[in-house]
Write a protein that binds this ligand. Structure first.
Ligand SMILES: [Zn+2]
Length: 312
């Protein structure tokens, strides 16, 4: 993230608080880093920042006490409001979190976008942990269309199971449902004990049901063979049953190792070749028609809201 580097006196001068030579840390003439987003001029609700939070790596964030207190259930981990020290200075509260995480947490509290920082998955995970510690349940903030929700969801395509585990750990229902669309390709045997523990019983069950129900739907769709046609001199019941048997065999192969995200191309690649063995034009037409309907039905199954289908 970006910071302003200031001589220590600047925030106090701009706040109209105390001359710099009266502030003990200003006397060293040291340079400090100030958040570009939460700087001394951020005027919110007609109020200038009235408290400074300092990250573990010494970045100053100028924020508003009323915003932090109204978001938190536990007085910002019992740190706010700070006891008056009689100095008249804007209070400074030092936190153990690094600027990277504190910055995203504050953007969430102020409900402003933080996508410009492109926070990593680990930073976002740390941000949710921080919000919990400071009495701000993520379930209250990570809702569509908040910027924090969008940021977390942006990691779903590349880190689907991790994002799902994070959503599960914090009971972020909307996020879990949205992420589950990316879990259709996930290989369930790849689940480690540690990951399963993080996800927890409730969301783990839903993940298994998601896969189970998709595959059940696929099997049911494949059970239906191409329609029979009226017997002709060249193609009667026994000839048509050959196509039915060939279809059943191809369907069994497909289901054997299919994933819930089985593509339309794979379906077509497995079933289209059956036409090569057909000499009857009516059978070929029935096969093409059945494949077309199957593709349509399977694509409809795939786009359903995944977890909503299998909620327990
Ligand atoms: Zn035929």
């Amino acid at each position: 993230m970006d910071y302003f580097d200031f001589n220590m006196h600047l925030p106090f001068d701009q706040l109209g608080a105390t001359p710099r030579d009266e502030h003990p840390r200003a006397q060293s003439n040291q340079t400090i880093s100030v958040s570009t987003a939460f700087h001394p001029d951020v005027h919110i609700d007609n109020i200038y920042p009235d408290i400074m939070l300092v990250s573990s790596d010494q970045v100053f964030f100028h924020v508003h006490l009323h915003r932090l207190l109204s978001a938190s259930d536990n007085g910002f981990n019992a740190l706010l409001p700070p006891p008056p020290d009689g100095s008249g200075l804007v209070p400074i509260v030092v936190l153990p979190e690094p600027a990277e995480i504190l910055n995203i947490a504050l953007h969430a509290i102020y409900n402003v976008p933080a996508s410009q920082y492109a926070p990593s998955f680990e930073t976002l995970s740390g941000t949710l942990d921080m919000l919990m510690r400071y009495g701000i349940p993520p379930a209250r903030m990570v809702l569509p269309p908040t910027p924090l929700y969008a940021l977390l969801l942006s990691h779903a395509p590349l880190r689907p199971i991790d994002t799902y585990a994070l959503a599960a750990a914090h009971s972020l229902e909307d996020l879990a449902v949205a992420v589950s669309a990316h879990l259709l390709s996930f290989s369930l045997p790849a689940l480690t004990d540690e990951l399963a523990a993080r996800i927890g019983a409730h969301y783990l069950k839903r993940l298994f049901l998601l896969h189970h129900n998709r595959l059940t739907a696929l099997k049911q769709l494949l059970l239906q063979p191409p329609a029979a046609h009226v017997d002709t001199p060249a193609c009667g019941g026994s000839e048509q049953r050959r196509l039915t048997r060939a279809w059943a065999l191809a369907a069994a192969h497909l289901v054997w190792d299919a994933r819930p995200n089985l593509s339309m191309n794979m379906l077509q690649a497995a079933l289209r070749p059956l036409e090569r063995d057909l000499t009857c034009e009516l059978c070929a037409f029935a096969l093409r028609d059945r494949i077309a309907v199957l593709i349509t039905d399977w694509s409809a199954v795939k786009v359903r809201r995944p977890l909503a289908l299998v909620d327990s």
